[in-house]
Design a protein around this ligand. Structure first.
Ligand code: PGA
Length: 256
């Protein structure tokens, strides 16, 4: 019922010409992919490159890694939702743990951005996840519930299904250490139960929850087979077009 969504978060990697060569090897791999949704999320400087390829991209959507909540104005160095829309961007990552920890983004800032994205017709990929210290202290559910409630505060029920939630345990991001499929499924089930409390069960059942944190071709299929895992947000392994394509095929294989 929920179409799986596989997203490549390039982070601060691949300049414009590198993005072009990436697409040249990646696109042929996508020809037979129909059953899952694919999103590429390059740095801002390569978005226009993806837009230029968009006719050939067809089933591949474009995302951005961040945005400001205001529409325009004196915000040096920032980019608005409207500017992203003008480049045919559909998705925007908000609340990534690197933004939260390295750039001081609070739950409140994430909430403002989520509302601004939805107002502009962008779909937020809303990242949540606990640190290792929080996990060891038995606070996983408490942290996830706080992040979800704060991030979606004031978001109307009808907009809930526009949001993609990405569960990314901070200890699994870029560390090579993946959550086991059972650990991830348990967290996803919990996330869905909170979404059901905030909206209702049928709405929560339609929201896609991605897993992120050291997803690679070797572990993708098993993760994607879990009932409440509806895709992946892939960092490191998405920088190689072949390995990202392999992850996408694993997600398709998990459908049968
Ligand atoms: P990773 O990053 O796949 O390199 O762990 C995931 C992410 O930060 O979205």
């Amino acid at each position: 019922m929920r179409k799986k969504i596989l997203a490549a978060n390039w982070k601060m990697n691949l300049a414009q010409t590198e993005a072009e060569s990436y697409l040249e090897s990646f696109l042929p791999e996508m020809r037979a992919v129909n059953d899952v949704e694919v999103v590429i999320i390059p740095p801002f400087t390569a978005i226009a490159t993806l837009t230029a390829f968009s006719e050939k991209l067809q089933s591949v959507r474009i995302g951005a890694q961040n945005m400001h909540w205001e529409k325009s104005g004196a915000y040096t160095g920032e980019i608005s939702a409207t500017m992203l829309r003008a480049l045919y961007v559909k998705y925007v990552i908000l609340g990534h743990s690197e933004r939260r920890t390295l750039f001081g983004e609070t739950d409140e800032i994430v909430n403002r951005k989520i509302k601004a994205a939805l107002d502009a017709g962008l779909r937020p990929i809303f990242c949540i996840g606990e640190t290792l210290r929080e996990r060891d202290a038995g606070q996983v559910e408490q942290v996830l519930e706080r992040q979800i409630r704060a991030g979606l505060n004031g978001v109307g029920k009808k907009d809930f299904t526009e949001v993609i939630v990405a569960y990314e345990p901070v200890w699994a991001i870029g560390t090579g250490r993946t959550a086991t499929p059972e650990q991830a499924e348990e967290a996803h089930l919990f996330v869905r139960s909170i979404l059901a409390k905030l909206a209702d069960q049928p709405t929560a059942d339609r929201i896609r929850i991605q897993y992120g944190g050291s997803v690679k071709p070797e572990n993708a299929e098993e993760l994607m087979r879990q009932k409440n895992i509806d895709g992946a947000l892939v960092g490191g392994a998405s920088l190689d077009p072949r390995s990202f394509a392999e992850i996408i095929r694993s997600a398709e294989a998990a459908l049968v």
